[in-house]
Design a protein around this ligand. Structure first.
Ligand code: TYM
Length: 331
């Protein structure tokens, strides 16, 4: 059977990269798969989170999922820390994964920065927890943005080694679903860096809770070049900022990059940015409004997460029992 699992960290404002690379695709998969969407609060605390803020960030992440089209009556929506199996399986995977595998993870190197000695141990073993999230439900498909590809390869390595070591076909080899023109949205200030919650510049990203004026200002200030738009997207080569803005337009309008270039051929970025602003406001404003509406009733969001947690627990419990038996734990 096919099962989808994915998640996002409640560690700051959700942005356009999260929407185009992930949430929008999550919503599209709901009719064809059993879907489990998780707010990964245990991943978030690998870097410091203020405890009071964290609660609201979790609710806001859930609101962003729902506002992007995730329907809690179709999909399971919960926060990770409610289901203890994530932590239990992560421990087992800490003992399956090799130090050499984790040393190759580029996200750790980026996030830990120069002061690696001072990063939390959780940040280092974070990919093992991510593998546990997915394999606790034996998920077969994981819709993510391009930046998570390496973590999903590690998930497959862990599944394979577990299957080998314990002589069973316990885990499926999970397939990443990296879909569409929005799989890699870049910073508005630097087209070679991904749009990210942790970028210190607010002007680098479009947040799902930005109002229309802020959206317009951010696009106006976005870095570009002085050249015109070419007829074909391949001629944007070497112009990362231009490529990114064309990609955002394409993703939001469900067009190819070539079609966008065809439409704006010979125009400069002054004109293109005006059209892009209209599209961004048009697509993001309904999400922002829906998030605001949902956040006015935190008790409703909490009840969705609680019910989702019960469903996730019910699916994971027999799987985890089977895993523990395979490892040789007495129960
Ligand atoms: P996170 O919280 O960084 O991002 C959530 C989702 O948004 C996608 N994304 C992007 N897509 C396109 N362009 C961007 N600039 C961009 N930035 C973020 C991410 O690829 C992701 O799909 N480790 C994960 C969370 C996680 C997870 C999991 C995902 C924990 N356990 C299990 C899938 C399955 C993360 O930090 O995502």
């Amino acid at each position: 059977t096919n099962r989808v699992f994915s998640g996002a960290q409640p560690s700051g404002n959700m942005h356009l990269g999260n929407y185009l690379g992930a949430f929008r695709n999550w919503a599209k998969l709901q009719d064809d798969f059993e879907c489990i969407y998780c707010v990964v609060d245990m991943h978030a605390i690998t870097v410091w989170q203020d405890p009071e803020d964290l609660k609201n960030q979790v609710r806001e992440a859930a609101a962003a999922y729902i506002a992007s089209g995730v329907d809690p009556s179709k999909s399971i929506l919960f926060n990770q820390s409610r289901v203890p199996g994530h932590a239990e399986l992560a421990w087992i995977f800490n003992c399956v994964a090799r130090i050499g595998w984790l040393n190759r993870m580029t996200q750790f190197k980026d996030k830990a920065g120069k002061n690696r000695e001072n990063a939390s141990v959780g940040l280092y073993v974070y990919p093992n927890l991510m593998a546990a999230d997915i394999l606790l439900y034996k998920a077969t498909h994981v819709p993510v943005g391009e930046d998570q590809k390496q973590h999903l390869e590690l998930t497959r390595d862990i599944a394979q080694k577990f299957n080998n070591d314990f002589g069973r076909e316990m885990f499926p080899l999970t397939e990443p679903l990296i879909l569409g023109e929005g799989a890699r949205v870049m910073s508005l200030r630097d087209g070679t860096k991904k749009m990210s919650k942790s970028d210190p510049s607010e002007y680098s990203r479009i947040n799902l809770n930005d109002d229309a004026d802020t959206l317009a200002l951010k696009i106006r200030k976005a870095k570009t070049d002085a050249e015109l738009l070419p007829a074909l997207a391949k001629d944007l080569e070497g112009r990362p900022e231009a490529q990114n803005l064309v990609g955002i337009y394409a993703a939001l309008m469900d067009m190819s990059r070539d079609a966008v270039c065809g439409q704006f051929e010979g125009k400069g970025f002054g004109d293109f940015k005006k059209a892009l602003t209209d599209v961004v406001v048009d697509k993001v404003a309904p999400i922002t409004n829906e998030m605001t509406r949902l956040m006015a009733d935190p008790a409703y969001i909490d009840s969705i997460l609680q019910q989702g947690g019960e469903k996730a627990q019910a699916i994971s419990e027999p799987i985890l029992a089977d895993i523990k038996k395979a490892v040789g734990f007495l129960a």
